[in-house]
Design a protein around this ligand. Structure first.
Ligand code: ATP
Ligand code: NI
Length: 332
């Protein structure tokens, strides 16, 4: 696979006077060109921290990138100069967040805001920028006449479309979307996702989609990585993980989803809570909640290993060292 982004052994802590939060604990993830990777996991798993690291925007202090490399087309983001970083942000990588209002300026028209990003990154004249801004609006399904309106004149779904227009105006190679539809009505969510999917595909872009929702992963992603307490516990193509899942935590996520369970089966939410990343248990951090755990699970941290020799599918779980082990879901 031709890689756009290649993250290796990333470790990020938030260090304050009274705690040391181990937010990201040595993750490896890669995104191929024209591929969309879904990063899923419970709240506090370290998803946003991972995303911010890619743009070298982890707030410091308290954030400290302890180790790792983040290569964007071969160049390590963590070693870029301020100037290179500015070039990269907006031009190569754009990020959109859950709440569109945090990204929009209430006292500028939406047309001006899209144009501003174009002027900044693409050396266009103000007139050219405004023209292109109108094109971008049309692209996200908003009439160009609305370019002169202010954010408060738009609905939530339209605001998020404007944010998408700003993010895509400079044709970045990678779009990072952090829960981009959680703040929207359910009916609007599907439309916005559909739009993003089309735009990404038409422009040969790659995307990192951060979400709690396996439904969204199924809808828009090619590949997925399941994150738990700052580690990747399973990753593969969406097909690998949906049809041949291996990690007990992944199984737990699927069992706790109403829409993905077969009818008649009982929902079983995962018992307990994710451990506090300032106080992680030794060994496999999922062991305290895992229905399959034995003592060996707490003795050492399981490494990611290939599932049946697969080149795409990996799992980090000690249980597979037991002969014949299979998840309940996979037992025939
Ligand atoms: N600025 C900060 N200072 C201290 N701790 C932080 C800071 N930002 C995040 N954390 C902690 O780091 C851990 C990972 O947070 P992160 O936001 O990356 O998780 P997430 O998977 O994106 O969660 P969510 O799904 O809720 O957005 C959490 O325990 C969080 O409390
Ligand atoms: Ni987050």
């Amino acid at each position: 696979m031709d890689l756009l982004l290649d993250i290796k052994d990333l470790v990020v802590h938030y260090e304050t006077e009274d705690s040391d939060v181990h937010a990201v604990n040595g993750i490896d993830i890669a995104i191929g060109k024209k591929r969309t990777l879904g990063l899923v996991g419970e709240t506090g798993a370290g998803k946003t921290t991972t995303a911010l690291s890619i743009m070298n925007l982890v707030p410091d202090p308290p954030g400290v990138i302890k180790s790792g490399t983040i290569k964007l087309e071969g160049k390590n983001v963590l070693e870029m100069s301020e100037r290179e970083l500015e070039e990269m942000r907006g031009n190569d990588v754009a990020m959109i967040f859950q709440d569109p209002m945090t990204a929009l300026n209430p006292v500028m028209t939406v047309g001006e805001q899209i144009a501003e990003s174009l002027e900044l990154h693409q050396n266009l004249t103000p007139e050219q920028s405004l023209e292109k801004a109108k094109d971008m609006l049309k692209l996200v399904g908003i009439a160009e006449a609305r370019a002169n309106d202010y954010p408060h004149q738009f609905s939530g779904g339209m605001k998020q479309r404007v944010v998408i227009a700003i993010a895509l105006a400079c044709s970045p190679k990678l779009l990072i979307a952090d829960e981009p539809t959680t703040a929207l009505d359910v009916t609007i969510q599907a439309q916005v996702l559909e739009l993003m999917k089309d735009l990404i595909n038409n422009r040969d872009m790659s995307m990192l989609m951060i979400t709690h929702s396996l439904g969204i992963v199924a809808e828009v992603c090619d590949d997925m990585a399941v994150m738990y307490a700052g580690r990747i516990v399973e990753k593969g193509t969406v097909d690998d993980v949906f049809n041949n899942m291996r990690h007990p935590y992944t199984e737990g996520l699927f069992n706790s989803l109403p829409n993905l369970k077969e009818q008649g089966e009982m929902l079983e939410p995962i018992k307990g809570l994710m451990p506090d990343p300032a106080d992680l248990p030794p060994g496999c951090t999922f062991a305290p909640r895992c229905p399959y755990a034995t003592e060996a699970c707490s003795a050492s941290v399981p490494e990611l290993h290939s599932v049946d020799g697969s080149k795409t599918h990996f799992v980090a779980c000690h249980a597979y060292s037991r002969p014949g082990f299979a998840l309940r879901r996979n037992q025939k």
